[in-house]
Write a protein that binds this ligand. Structure first.
Ligand code: NDP
Length: 334
């Protein structure tokens, strides 16, 4: 079997030589453990933070040690009666072809009829719950609200915009990094308006896309986008601060929004959140999303990369916008 190690800490944008693909042994499970053949693994923006040796809400990856992250796999050897051979499981030991782990650290999954197991890493998984909790709980979305989401063609953002539309948003506006993505948003995901943030100052582009202002901003990007949203907010606007990917490769802290004082007069709420604190919404979220998927009302594209050899390029590509929808790495067929 093979796995990927962290070989170096990147300075700025990660490069392939920051990682190393190495062979590993496949030990037998000890009592309480299972051996899992990984079918699909996730590459996520937060992993960029784990490459830095700084304290954070997830500990840094260690140099020379295997890296990890979300994965779905099939139990192929078991010394834990609750997870027999053949079980489909979600667990945290991606970036490797096989994973040996305590059964208690794996969650058993129902096989999805007609859907790929990778859905548990995207629309039915962590990014999906992030979108749901961030919009409805953190952003306190109300029907009729005008919603702006950045990173709108990505895993989280593409769901935020659609959830807002499905629950009766007054207007849904998104920003993304290419003309193709903008077309995807307006033509396939039914956003009311979208723009490519490379096409001018975000402030100007947002004013054109949402001339009457916005009530909710779902922030995946930070920086200039957040400043533009603060400017565009109506009274009592709410920002769900989910991510700040525009700064993840920065080597110096980025300046904050220069117009933050507007938050006072507009009585804004700017609220950061982590999906891990919103697990109590999981059942409600899964019920809603499964219904929308079944009825064809929700579109959830994936960008699939094949093979562990291509996992690092997939991760680096995702940080640069190579994905539309969720980026996953397929390691074996379902
Ligand atoms: P995406 O699928 O959205 O992939 C990342 C995207 O970021 C790229 O496709 C790219 O799209 C965009 N991007 C990269 N650089 C920039 C930049 N400088 N400015 C604007 N956009 C940029 O990832 P996810 O949906 O998984 O994650 C989205 C955000 O949500 C991230 O910030 C992530 O950290 C955060 N997150 C937070 C969680 C929480 O609990 N708070 C949980 C999960 C995710 P483009 O072509 O449009 O530039």
């Amino acid at each position: 079997s093979r796995e990927i190690l962290l070989a170096a800490r990147p300075d700025g944008e990660p490069v392939e030589s920051d990682f190393r693909l190495v062979p590993t042994e496949l030990p037998d499970p000890e009592p309480g453990q299972v051996l899992v053949r990984n079918l699909v693994m996730s590459v996520d923006p937060y992993m960029r933070g784990r490459m830095n040796d700084v304290p954070s809400y997830v500990p840094p990856w260690q140099l020379g040690e295997p890296v990890d992250g979300g994965a779905v796999g099939e139990v192929i050897a078991s010394a834990a009666p609750e997870l027999p051979v053949g079980s489909l499981v979600l667990h945290g030991l991606g970036w490797r072809e096989h994973a040996l782990l305590p059964a208690a650290q794996a969650r058993r999954l129902e096989p999805l009829e007609g859907l790929s197991s990778s859905r548990y890493l995207g629309v039915l998984g962590m990014p999906g719950l992030t979108a749901y909790a961030g919009l409805f709980e953190v952003g306190a979305f109300q029907p009729g609200d005008a919603v702006f989401v950045s990173g709108a063609a990505g895993a989280v953002g593409s769901l935020v915009g659609q959830f807002a539309r499905l629950r009766g948003a007054g207007r849904v506006v998104g920003s993304a990094g290419s003309a193709d993505k903008v077309r995807y948003l307006t033509e396939e995901l039914s956003f009311d308006a979208a723009f490519d943030y490379h096409d001018g100052p975000v402030r100007t582009l947002l004013r054109e896309a949402a001339p009457d202002g916005i009530d909710v901003y779902f922030d995946n990007v930070g920086g200039e986008h957040l400043e533009a949203a603060i400017g565009a907010f109506r009274l009592r606007g709410r920002a769900a601060l989910c991510g700040a990917i525009s700064s993840y490769n920065d080597t110096e802290p980025a300046p904050g929004p220069r117009n933050l004082a507007l938050a006072i007069g507009k009585r804004l709420t700017l609220r950061g959140f982590l999906v891990g604190d919103h697990g109590q919404l999981r059942d409600e979220f899964a019920g809603a999303v499964r219904g929308w998927l079944r009825s064809g009302k929700l579109v959830a594209r994936e960008t699939v990369t094949i093979g562990l050899d291509n996992a690092v390029p997939a991760f680096i590509g995702m940080l640069r916008g190579a994905n539309t929808g969720k980026m996953v790495v397929r390691l074996a067929d379902d």
